[in-house]
Design a protein around this ligand. Structure first.
Ligand code: FES
Length: 268
């Protein structure tokens, strides 16, 4: 067997190649698209969070996930399921209890880390392309050491997914009682995708199936681990899909609340 000590070339410096990279394909395309996509999403989110309006449809109890739970004095009382303990200052978002945890969850996500390390920090921008920075300290020091908080952010994200689920259930109302419209489909679709993304998390997979010596002695955990593993293989897709469903849901609620168009009602 060839060992590190005997491998030809071991211990020698990297070959002196003048070119920045020998790749001739469009390696820059994926980081560019990622940069544009994430930047556009952040811009939309910031604008919406600081709009402080058009987040709730009173007739049908539609609440956008960007304002859930609504906890400032500015909140419509019907949308404030956890009270309104925070002042209504412009700088304070309505969903101040949840947004920091959601941000932490996405920022420390294994997939998003890869995405923004490449697209924003160029560290490195692609495989076989040099790092954009001279020094690389990895995730072993501050501030990237904080990426280890991901597991705790996952627990918070689970609670927030439950809150979003309750919001979607409460929305099955109309002025005449039970109601069902296109807005419900949008809200439920978003919640389903959020659950799939959250459950596909690498930390979730470890919590469900990690630290076990024998799967045969834990058949329920084994089945759950198998399910989560299948989702985990689609984690990147779910990460992007949920960014999309969040925007679509928020935009739909905003459009109905602002009376740009009426909700398409099937019942009630
Ligand atoms: Fe992406 Fe946990 S690894 S959410």
């Amino acid at each position: 067997m060839t060992t590190t000590a005997t491998r030809p070339g071991a211990g020698r410096a990297r070959a002196a190649i003048a070119a920045k990279t020998l790749r001739t394909d469009r390696w820059w395309f994926a980081p560019l698209i990622t940069f544009l996509g994430l930047s556009a999403w952040l811009a939309y989110g910031l604008v919406r969070i600081y709009m402080h309006k058009w987040y709730y449809v009173e007739d049908y109890h539609y609440l956008t996930p960007f304002y859930s739970p609504c906890v400032t004095e500015r909140c419509v009382p019907e949308a404030a399921h956890f009270g309104r303990p925070l002042p209504g200052w412009w700088i304070i978002p309505e969903a101040s209890f949840t947004l920091p945890f959601l941000l932490l969850f996405r920022l420390t996500c294994y997939y998003y880390r890869k995405a923004y390390y490449r697209a924003f920090w160029l560290s490195p921008p692609a495989c076989a392309v040099p790092d954009g920075h001279k020094k690389y300290t990895g995730e072993t020091r501050f501030p990237l050491l904080g990426q280890n908080l991901h597991r705790y952010a996952f627990y918070a994200a689970m609670i927030i997914s439950i809150i979003n689920t309750v919001d979607a259930i409460i929305a099955f109302q109309s002025p005449s009682g039970f109601g069902f419209g296109l807005g419900n489909l949008v809200l439920v679709g978003n919640v389903v995708m959020l659950w799939l993304y959250t459950l596909s998390c690498h930390s979730c997979r470890h919590i469900v199936g990690g630290r076990m010596k024998h799967f045969s002695k834990h058949p329920v955990r084994y089945r759950a681990w198998g399910f989560v593993s299948k989702l985990n293989a689609r984690h990147m897709q779910l990460a992007w899909i949920t960014l999309g469903t969040l925007v679509v849901t928020d935009f739909y609620v905003m459009a109905v609340a602002a009376e740009w168009w009426p909700d398409l009602r099937f019942i009630g």
